[in-house]
Design a protein around this ligand. Sequence first.
Ligand code: CP
Length: 322
Amino acid sequence: MPLSLGKDLLDLESLTAEQITGILDTAVPLKAVSERAIKKVPTLRGATVVNLFFEPSTRTRISFEFAEKRLSADAVNVAVQGSSVSKGETLVDTARNLEAMRIDMVVIRHGASGAARFLADRIDSNVINAGDGTHEHPTQGLLDLLTLRERWGTLAGKRVCICGDVLHSRVARSNIHGLRKLGAEVAICGPRSLLPHGAEEVFGVTVIDRIEQAIEWADALNILRLQLERMEAGYIPSLREYNRVFGVTRERLARAPRELLILHPGPMNRGVEIDSDVADGPHSVILDQVTNGVAVRMAVLYLLRGGRPDQAAAAGAAAGDP
Ligand code: CP
């Protein structure tokens, strides 16, 4: 069956449950490519993808690059510091110049909410949002969904609490939209100063004020990075205080009434929002998230270039160049 995502992947808010499920189903056979000795299939041979990162990234940039290379696309990384953006060239001029070199896809991370859509509306190439300001980070949402679905089989009826700095988090927004579309119940927990105003009505989530209650309620906690660069604005009294009140610690987790999965999109502030023995402990699926990041990004690249979910297994099994 064909699955149309349109030209671009900009958010999870505008996708249907069927589209999201189709991406996850496509990621499953493509994940197998990374487990082979020769981690390469010819599926996107001839396609050129530019990774345009205006903000720092470790996981997202590198896993997009792996995904592109494992599908045999030609991947080019544009380092903004060394490009003409640092001389004042606009985003659109940069992208149009790249298009003049006959590229096919752009993966963009940008500090401004809406930057990915702005670009997508102005260039012919497929655009994939790798995180735009505080808006969305759709491939992070997808990899979180895949990680949970692998553990549970289905998300329907499961309870996921997103903990910490939800206010500034594009990861939280993509998770909320994706989880709710696949039938999960979603809560958010953190200091009120770090939760969006009116979140119950705007996002259809439950607000939980105490981390102990979140642990009691949830089947999984997705623990967000406390965005330390914003903490001078006085959102919380101190990091020590935050850890004391909201930190996910082994002692707190020991009181969970059921098996609880721990997710974190990274980078982690160990000893602030999450303690090391939780991050590295038996409930943690944090490194599974990273592994699944390559698979969902392969799926998104494949589908945007016209690949079909029901042919993904054959694409994943194809022999690559040695
Ligand atoms: N999860 C995530 O977006 O991490 P990076 O900032 O390292 O890409």
